[in-house]
Design a protein around this ligand. Sequence first.
Ligand code: PBG
Length: 328
Amino acid sequence: MLIRPRRNRTSIGVRSLVRETSVSAQHLVLPLFVQEGDGDTPIASMPGCSRLGINQLIKVARTAYDLGVPAVALFPRLEEALKTRRGEESLNANGLLQRAVITLKKAIPGLVVITDVALDPYSSDGHDGLVLRGGVANDETLPLLAAMAVAQAKAGADVVAPSDMMDGRVAAIRHALDSAGYTHVGICSYCVKYASAFYGPFRDALDSAPRPGEDRPSDKKTYQMDPANVREAMREVALDESEGADWLMVKPGLPYLDVIRAVREQSDLPIAAYHVSGEFAMLKAAAANGWLNYDECLLESLLAFRRAGADIIFTYGAIDAARLLARP
Ligand code: PBG
């Protein structure tokens, strides 16, 4: 035999020299759930994750930052009484999310704070857009999203992340941010977001699932994408690029690595992948049963995102991964 691929695997040193991709804390974003008050509420379907009061949020963000994780993505859990059809609370300069952003930026100025732009945490309908005439109205939602993004930028968000999947929202948000003087605030567009069952634990955490009712859709399939489609993803990429997106997101993650690869081949923009709540829950559940090694499977999953072409990875395991990667 002249050719033996195993020669390139003979030792730790050789393997390290020929390694094609790497993952490190610098690529990770930690998603965090914030709630009113001082207490924390563990999320049953996401072991190790809790909804955090603002004081605790600062502590967890600082732990991540000190381990080299440059960014957090914030998701507020609103009290039921504050939810309305148009989600007006999202504009409250004193609202939970805005206070969380202000406090975080003051405590850790170098931390990149990413905020989610979508109506669902604020919506009494449990939808990402405005429910009108029994459906989720696209064009009537755009000004609400644009105003929400400006409110978040005003609080100090570095990057706003529209996750709603309305058509035209990146342009609407870009124009609104620019006219309000926030030309430096970036847009991470959830460009290719599928109507996925893997978001279940996230909706438990925020109590944000679509509400049952005659006058509204029971799922998000008229705006989030059909998991069967990838050519359609290329249309979304082209649109979001032309509307001024700074990063493109593919979501969920591991079941959609082929989509990350396809987006990588089409676009020069940074790509973010979201290792979503259901994927994290699967790892945790198997590990709790002794069926999988959580640490190793987490790092292998993150590496797979990078191999597929992702630059940035949103993962609930960011602190765990950063700790593991820091080991000599
Ligand atoms: C909502 C939003 C969702 C997630 C991020 N932003 C849920 C949804 O679309 O219903 C899911 C994240 C996860 O599952 O970890 N706009």
